[in-house]
Design a protein around this ligand. Structure first.
Ligand code: AN7
Length: 346
């Protein structure tokens, strides 16, 4: 069941809203007990990479596209570090509208680029970082009348709250800590709004502490200053001036949480741990929370025994290049059984 159907009563869906549906949402929440026990916590991973385009963006995109169609939109535009463009392109294709996507040239993972292109979007590679492409997309939206489906579109964050509701329904309540990567800062804000709303409706009792993790080279919410030249291996969160910074700061302050940063090396190490000890392949940005939890554990700041949910925002298959650069090559052998026996002995 897609999110408009599953949570229609909590979303601004009317009789006139087209029932757009790629069966997004309802993603698995997986107990990662081997990793959790080494950190002294009960650790859960929300597998947002299981969404139809392989990232959490589909939760918000479905409502943004449905409402734009309801309002008579004829084309879509977005700027993206990759996942938003894949999602926008897919939903635009599904409803039969053109989609223009602006990407920072050379800084988008291969799988995401392939997605936007195969879904039939018009892909434009801009000589500039994400923050600049977003400014340009907003201007194009105003000039050409395209519906903008970045998180400046309020329906995106409204519908991304569904992730928090699913977690509360799966666990019976909110967790103690909610760990999440932060780029443009929309998702952390949406989750916080979702947790609060579910509690107000009497559907949950607790509120989690919101722990937002950024890459050290693109950590404006940690340093308190916009970062003019963001740089990180986690290209999804290579963002220097987050649009929803004010909402994210509020979420962290109200919940008693924190922002923290992790290095690229810590992110890549966490990616390997998640895969090799959890059986889950998530893209680098999605591994920032695990890197952050490991960092907190090392400094004695991770509360023992707490229930922690981390949002694994995107599928690892989107960025195979980065993963391959971190592992050994396959063992190459000839075609005899002796060759195989020799290889198995090593
Ligand atoms: C895998 O696609 O900004 O803090 O243009 O793809 O809500 O921005 C992606 C962001 C985390 C950060 N994990 O979420 C885009 C884009 C993954 C992401 C984030 C992104 P926000």
């Amino acid at each position: 069941m897609g999110v408009l159907k599953r949570y229609g009563e909590y979303l601004p869906v009317t009789k006139k809203t087209p029932a757009v549906n790629l069966e997004e949402g309802s993603t698995p929440l997986v107990l990662l007990d081997r990793i959790g026990s080494s950190l002294g916590i009960e650790l859960w991973g929300k597998l947002e990479g299981c969404n139809p385009t392989g990232s959490f963006k589909d939760r918000g995109m479905v409502l943004a596209v449905a409402k734009a169609m309801e309002d008579g939109a004829s084309a879509f535009v977005c700027a993206s570090t990759g996942n938003t463009s894949a999602s926008a392109a897919a939903y635009a294709a599904h409803v039969g509208a053109p989609c223009y996507v602006l990407l920072p040239s050379g800084k988008v993972a291969m799988g995401k680029l392939a997605q936007a292109l195969i879904y039939g979007a018009r892909v434009i590679a801009v000589d500039g970082n994400f923050d600049r492409t977003l400014e340009m997309a907003r201007e194009a939206s105003a000039k050409c009348g395209f519906a903008i489906v970045n998180s400046v579109n309020p329906y995106r964050l409204i519908s991304q709250r569904t992730g928090a509701w699913e977690i509360c329904e799966s666990l019976g309540d909110a967790p103690d800590l909610h760990a999440i990567p932060v780029g443009n800062a929309g998702n952390i804000s949406a989750y916080w709004a979702g947790y609060k709303e579910f509690r107000e409706r009497g559907r949950s009792k607790k509120l989690p502490r919101m722990m937002g993790f950024q890459a050290e080279g693109a950590a404006p919410l940690v340093t308190g200053m916009a970062c003019p030249v963001p740089e990180t291996v986690a290209t999804a969160i290579r963002i220097g001036n987050p649009v929803s910074a004010h909402l994210a700061r509020e979420a962290v302050r109200e919940s008693g949480g924190e922002f923290n940063s992790v290095t690229d090396a810590e992110i890549l190490e966490a990616q390997k741990i998640l895969a090799a000890r959890g059986g889950i392949f998530a893209e680098p940005a999605s591994c920032a929370p695990l890197a952050g939890l490991i960092k907190l554990k090392k400094s004695g700041l991770l509360p023992e025994g707490s229930r922690v949910v981390m949002v694994l925002t995107g599928n690892g298959l989107k960025d195979p290049d980065t993963a391959l650069s971190q592992v050994e090559k396959p063992v190459a052998i000839g075609g005899t059984i002796e060759d195989l026996m020799e290889a198995l002995r090593q």
